[in-house]
Design a protein around this ligand. Structure first.
Ligand SMILES: Cc1cc2nc3c(=O)[nH]c(=O)nc-3n(C[C@H](O)[C@H](O)[C@H](O)COP(=O)(O)OP(=O)(O)OC[C@H]3O[C@@H](n4cnc5c(N)ncnc54)[C@H](O)[C@@H]3O)c2cc1C
Length: 468
């Protein structure tokens, strides 16, 4: 078997034989397909990553099979990239150095549903976990809008927040991510347990410092959720109402999203259901709170266009309202026009509708705002995932600079390095754990711009750099 990536000189036929009895996928077209994620949202990443492929895919079904995959990878000193549903947006699961892709989706058992937690294997789909919790009247404290294809391991390693975060905080907030099990990559891979604050040693490390095999998450009571869509004359009014709703103590909302009217014109499934050319507020709230929601929206100058119980939604054959939130909003536009892209931007805290109104004309006609409201560290924050009509790298840099100059930090969505995007700076705690768990640097190492400069230090020396 030759090297599909063109970057390794491993005997992949012998490697595949050594992996037995683990299922392998070696057909070039399938390996190439599993080397991609949703990086194509970014024209910058698309140009850089579309020709990066792995060499072989393994699909372990149990933690024991996972351990075997990692031992074989160590034996051949093969680069390894973990893959769940492959819905990451920054090429997190793209094998930059070729090598083995380990797809976790066959390792998907729901192991335990307790009173206020769920313990699952890393490859379990988020939607399947919620379905398993329903009979107990529980649900996950948050889930990404990709729940139908995203795995819990991928969410923990690559995600950060989602539907539920406006009520229950980000994944990293204390108590949301209760425990993790992760395996090392060495001659005999070991399984380590991370609990309490220690889960942050692995969370959002893009799978470069340990292979998550099991996750324990907080659950919350399930409610009779109603999808609500309200519209406003101005974006400022929609954002101000969103902030009021996010803060409301008498409305149990688990999603608050505001979307520029121009983006809504790319939502054909909502045509006839929302007022055209109006700015949209999207929410999910318990049925008993819909009356209070109506009052809040009307007092804020808006109009409630649609409320849908889950049963009504299914009868009307409409999508979930969260298909118009988070990065699904971007996806709706991209379905119609691939010249769109997006960015990830923080906003001043507390949210300030006047600052948003002031910034909009400065950004220009090629930037259309979309905000998500979340609770981080107990405080309501918003972040902007705008549609950007991409022309050149220079114009993108100019848009980023306008945001930053006005006090809106950009967490660049157009970089495949873990330090360049959501983290902004190097996370030496992650890298110290990498040195312990993956001393040979086989796990997704290219994704860290800093690893190369610290890989010969001891874990303690790497950790100490974080304190400098
Ligand atoms: C339309 C759309 C909407 C989105 N909405 C949200 C959202 O609401 N909230 C949010 O946070 N993100 C969102 N995302 C990003 C992404 O979907 C989520 O982060 C998702 O949870 C990733 O899960 P996955 O199984 O697809 O992970 P993958 O894309 O397969 O992997 C993500 C990262 O985790 C690593 N990884 C996977 N499994 C393991 C494992 N077992 N051990 C160690 N590392 C592992 C991979 O190597 C990779 O670095 C969205 C993306 C899209 C395209």
């Amino acid at each position: 078997m030759t090297s599909i990536s063109g970057k390794t000189d491993i005997d992949w036929t012998a490697f595949a034989a050594d992996l037995a009895p683990v299922e392998v996928i070696s057909e070039t077209v399938l390996v190439k397909k599993r080397s991609r994620d949703f990086f194509w949202y970014s024209p910058v990443l698309n140009a850089e990553l579309k020709k990066c492929f792995g060499d072989l895919v393994a699909r372990p079904k149990t933690p024991e099979e996972m351990r075997h995959c990692l031992a074989v990878a160590w034996k051949y000193k093969s680069p390894v990239v973990l893959r769940g549903g492959g819905t990451g947006n920054y090429g997190q699961s793209v094998p930059m150095d070729g090598g083995l892709i380990i797809e976790t989706t066959a390792m998907n058992r729901i192991l335990e549903t307790g009173d206020n937690f769920v313990r699952v294997e890393a490859g379990a789909l988020m939607a399947d976990i919620n379905a398993a919790l329903t009979p107990r009247g529980r649900e996950m404290a948050m889930f990404p809008s990709t729940q139908d294809i995203a795995t819990v391991g991928g969410f923990v390693a690559g995600g950060s927040a989602g539907i539920g975060s406006v009520a229950n905080g980000a994944l990293r907030d204390p108590g949301n991510l209760i425990a993790l099990r992760a395996q090392s990559v060495e001659k005999v891979p070991q399984e380590h347990v991370f609990e309490g604050e220690d889960v942050l040693q692995i969370h959002h490390a893009w799978g470069l410092n340990g292979v998550i095999t099991e996750v324990t998450l907080r659950t919350v009571p399930a409610r009779d959720w109603v999808g609500c869509l309200a519209t406003f004359e101005t974006y400022e009014a929609a954002y101000a109402a969103g902030y009021q709703l996010a803060q409301a103590t008498d409305i149990g909302r688990k999603l608050v999203t505001t979307v520029d009217a121009r983006i809504c014109s790319y939502f054909p499934r909502l045509e006839g259901h929302i007022r055209p050319e109006h700015h949209l507020l999207v929410s999910l709230l318990p049925s008993e709170d819909v009356g209070r929601f109506r009052t809040l929206i009307e007092e804020a100058g808006g109009h409630v266009d649609l409320t849908l119980t889950e049963e009504e939604r299914q009868t009307a054959k409409l999508p979930h309202v969260f298909d118009f939130s988070y990065n699904h909003t971007t996806l709706q536009v991209l379905k119609a026009d691939r010249s769109a892209t997006y960015q990830q931007v923080g906003c001043p805290v507390p949210p300030d509708p006047a600052a948003i109104a002031d910034l909009r004309p400065k950004l220009g006609e090629d930037v259309w705002m979309h905000h998500e409201f979340a609770r981080v560290g107990g405080e309501i924050v918003t972040f902007d995932l705008p549609i950007i009509w991409y022309t050149t790298p220079e114009r993108l840099a100019e848009i980023n600079a306008t945001y930053e100059e006005n006090g809106f930090p950009v967490y660049d969505a157009h970089t495949w390095r873990v330090e360049g995007g959501g983290l902004k700076n190097a996370d030496y705690r992650h890298l110290a754990v990498k040195k312990r768990m993956d001393p040979d640097g086989l796990l997704n190492a290219a994704k860290s711009a800093v690893w190369e400069s610290v890989k010969d230090l001891s874990p303690e020396e790497i950790a100490a750099k974080g304190a400098e």
